[in-house]
Ligand binder design. Structure first.
Ligand code: GDP
Length: 359
């Protein structure tokens, strides 16, 4: 498989670092190890454990993130090895954190909560060691009983969530949020994580604009109001980015966080044109959009990071020849006027009034 070949360990770790950054963490170091089989106790070998422990001390590290899923036992052993306050987690837990921060609708929140609980269920052993430690390791049986209780509670909660989710889905089409009669269209940014969506969002708008504006104060932090030179405006909203290595257990939660895009007037698909897998990424995004019934929404393709591409002129020419495609550098701020014009042009075709502005 070509994708797998191109998506190297380095690429995967780079994406992991980007995800950590999105989750609000500061990445200080990364490392990997090639083993014929993972160590059953600690996933990595003992030498690597010691190496990471040294880095933890050197940088006062608070969190160690593994790119692959760890077994509950490995998680526990690593936490023990790294010492008291270090949180050990894996890619799945990190992505769940991000989804949790980004879930904008009730349905998305429920779906993410469900995924979080399902992820926790087999990992409850951590509480067990906690209890064991508290009792000085003497009353092991008590901890074991406790974990059965915890598991039962969690299973009940999962059941409740599933029911809630079902009823929210059923009623979604019946009740609509009150609409404001403000003709501001909503434009959603879609694309891979690291494509430059938030850089574009920030380039186009100042956060301070939002703070002064009471009408828009209820918008979540990933939505900004963009005013064009001619005075017209639109709301630009960032969506949770696509992830190259998305654990299959998170697919449902990921889609739920994207569901709100079906309410947009226009989709802006941001592409990192300098990425070696740009084409595969485009295909993957388009596929999910069609599965979300968003194919009928007008779309603008934005080829970002032209400044970083090896053949910028060639790329710009190519984009010019294509319909609904423009070239920008969100970082350098080039092509933004063309972007706004293209957005306005596309919005003429369709108009959906803003929803959910009233709390
Ligand atoms: P998002 O995950 O799609 O929101 O991506 P970000 O906006 O966080 O950008 C990811 C990285 O790409 C950041 O390090 C940005 O500085 C960088 N980036 C974004 N746009 C450009 C661009 O036009 N040119 C270059 N060279 N880098 C960019």
């Amino acid at each position: 498989d070509e994708t797998e070949e191109l998506f190297t360990i380095e690429e995967s770790l780079k994406e992991l670092a980007q995800l950590a950054d999105t989750a609000g963490l500061m990445v200080v170091d990364s490392t990997y190890q090639k083993l014929s089989t993972p160590n059953p106790r600690t996933y990595i070998g003992s030498g690597k454990v010691a190496e990471i422990k040294a880095a933890i001390n050197a940088y006062a590290v608070e969190t160690v993130i593994f790119d692959d899923e760890l077994s509950p036992g490995q998680l526990r052993n690593l936490e023990k090895a790294f010492g008291g306050n270090v949180r050990v987690c894996d890619r799945t837990a990190l992505i769940l954190d991000i989804f949790d921060q980004r879930a904008a609708t009730r349905e998305a929140s429920l779906q993410v909560a469900l995924a979080q609980m399902e992820y926790q269920l087999p990992r409850l052993t951590k509480m067990w060691t906690h209890l064991e430690r508290q009792s000085g390791g003497k009353v092991k049986g008590m901890g074991e009983k406790q974990i059965e209780v915890d598991k039962r509670i969690l299973r009940t909660q999962i059941g409740v969530l599933r029911k809630d989710l079902e009823s929210v889905r059923k009623h979604r089409k019946q009740y609509r949020t009150r609409r404001l009669s403000v003709p501001v269209p909503v434009v959603s940014l879609v694309g891979y994580t690291n494509a430059g969506k938030s850089t574009l969002l920030n380039q186009l708008t100042g956060a301070d604009v939002l703070a002064e504006d009471r009408l828009f104060a209820t918008l979540d932090p990933t939505t900004r109001r963009v005013q064009m030179k001619n005075g017209k405006e639109f709301l630009l909203t960032d969506t949770v980015g696509f992830i190259q290595k998305l654990p299959t257990t998170l697919v449902a939660a990921f889609r739920a966080t994207l569901e709100e895009i079906s309410e947009s007037s226009l989709l802006v698909h941001v592409i990192d044109i300098s990425h070696p897998l740009a084409e595969q990424q485009i295909d993957a995004v388009e596929k999910v959009l069609s599965e979300l019934d968003a194919s009928s929404i007008p779309k603008l393709m934005v080829w970002n990071k032209v400044d970083k591409a090896s053949n910028p002129e060639e790329i710009k020419q190519k984009a010019k020849d294509l319909e609904d495609t423009i070239c920008i550098s969100a970082l350098k701020g080039s092509g933004l006027d063309e972007f706004c014009n293209a957005v306005q042009e596309k919005l003429k075709d369709s108009m959906v009034w803003v929803e959910a502005l009233v709390p």
